[in-house]
Design a protein around this ligand. Structure first.
Ligand SMILES: C[S@@+](CC[C@H](N)C(=O)[O-])C[C@H]1O[C@@H](n2cnc3c(N)ncnc32)[C@H](O)[C@@H]1O
Length: 403
């Protein structure tokens, strides 16, 4: 690989914004990719992947380069030089790389790789918390998996096409995909590429959605004609899947506390040809109370730490705070208590998170089931998905049923 000056400059600028100005990596990368219209897909791939890589390995690279935050521009170039050295990328004779001690970098890497929190590049508190909750052995394997780049998985929109048709349409564009056993609607890209510019995407034939996330709507066991409430719908990744599983029949109510997310869902639903969705903003307890005892199915895709999706969101390692996790756990138990009241007798509820922490997952469900509000429910089944076991995002889902 040869390093190109303007791509490296773009990456360094982006990293300064992410590390020093607290901006979100995905937003920064989105902006960077608009910088030069002449960049081809390889150039864009380089900027995006290098930025994410250096964000992912910030702590390790900073320890190796002996730099501390707030980073100067020179510090960022040092992190960049560490990245290139460890990747085996030849450093050009630019002034930024003049004093790069390549042998020392490799030696420091070997030495620091003996300490998990540095090797895996996570803050102390996160390493301690996750090791306490999952056990040392599980966490060591899990964080290593969560530091890998995620595959791109598509969810075929069965309202518009079939897996076979989509696969062949993409094949004609030289985009190769594989089916995944046990994930009925999923196609995995054999090679990372931008699929959002394809005609198939524009006409709603698929969404990009991780395989673990695709299990959640399946888990809720919906049928055409049911009344289903997706309580934390956000921009609707799972709502759209539910609509497809319901074959557009019945009533699907998508709720969230943020109106702008539901607006985005509306746009996506139009593209997907999903017609049975109604959006409702939760701006008081009223919209919830109106649905007490009414729903056949309720999905709570709860707000969480997001520790299961670090592969696609590595800057969460640096943005998350332990206090946030404590607060979100409180929200999770309040949501479970209040939104479960929408389930009608005999109806079912799925509680899901993209976290791997038992305290946000099975412990929340156990606590709910032994509480006064949970007495009316029985536990049916659960899935604890760890990234190192599944190869996909870390997720949790529990199915409970109202008596
Ligand atoms: C895990 S995300 C949802 C992702 C979405 N279901 C999807 O599949 O794309 C959690 C969502 O819960 C919303 N949320 C946070 N607090 C909430 C509350 N008290 N009631 C309802 N939604 C809430 C957030 O705005 C966020 O969109």
């Amino acid at each position: 690989m040869r390093l190109h000056r303007n791509l490296c400059f773009a990456t360094v600028d982006g990293l300064l914004q992410i590390f020093n100005e607290g901006m979100y990596a995905d937003k920064v990368v989105q902006q960077l990719l608009k910088r030069d219209k002449r960049w081809g897909s390889r150039d864009r791939g380089f900027v995006a992947e290098t930025t994410y890589d250096i964000v992912r390995w910030k702590r390790l690279y900073a320890e190796i380069a002996n730099t501390k935050e707030p980073f100067s521009r020179d510090d960022i170039w040092r992190l960049f030089a560490v990245w290139a050295t460890l990747k085996g990328v030849k450093l050009p004779d630019w002034k930024y790389f003049e004093a790069t001690p390549q042998r020392k970098i490799k030696g420091r890497f070997d030495e620091l790789s003996k300490i998990r929190k540095i090797k895996e590049s996570v803050p102390d508190w996160m390493d301690e918390l996750a090791a306490k909750e999952l056990g040392d052995k599980q966490w060591t394997k899990e964080i290593s998996a969560l530091n890998q780049q995620a595959d791109v998985i598509l969810r075929v929109n069965t309202l518009k096409t079939t897996k076979e048709k989509l696969q062949s349409e993409l094949f004609d564009l030289d985009i190769h995909t594989e089916t995944l056993k046990n994930y009925p609607d999923a196609l995995k890209l054999s090679e990372r590429t931008n699929v959002f510019t394809t005609e198939a995407f524009k006409k709603g034939a698929f969404e990009v959605q991780d395989a673990s996330s695709q299990m959640v709507a399946q888990f809720l066991d919906v049928k055409s004609g049911m009344k289903v409430v997706d309580t934390c719908a956000g921009a609707g990744g799972k709502t759209l899947h539910l609509a497809a599983l319901m074959e557009n029949k019945g009533q699907l109510i998508a709720m969230d506390i943020y109106e702008n997310k539901l607006k985005e869902l509306k746009r996506r639903a139009k593209r997907a040809g999903a017609h049975n969705i109604e959006m409702r903003v939760i701006d008081s307890t009223k919209p919830i109370k109106k649905l007490y005892d009414k729903a056949d199915r309720v999905l709570i895709d709860a707000p969480c730490s997001g520790l299961g999706v670090l592969r696609r969101n590595p800057d969460a390692k640096w943005k998350l705070q332990p206090e946030f996790i404590e607060n979100i756990k409180q929200t999770q138990s309040e949501i479970l208590k209040s939104y479960s009241r929408m389930v009608k007798p005999g109806g079912k509820l799925v509680y899901a998170t993209c976290s791997i922490l038992p305290s946000e997952n099975q412990q929340q469900v156990e606590k709910f089931l032994t509480s006064d509000s949970g007495k009316e429910f029985t536990f049916v089944k659960e899935k604890k998905i760890l990234s190192h076991e599944s190869g996909f995002d870390g997720f949790y889902m529990a199915l409970i049923e109202r008596k």
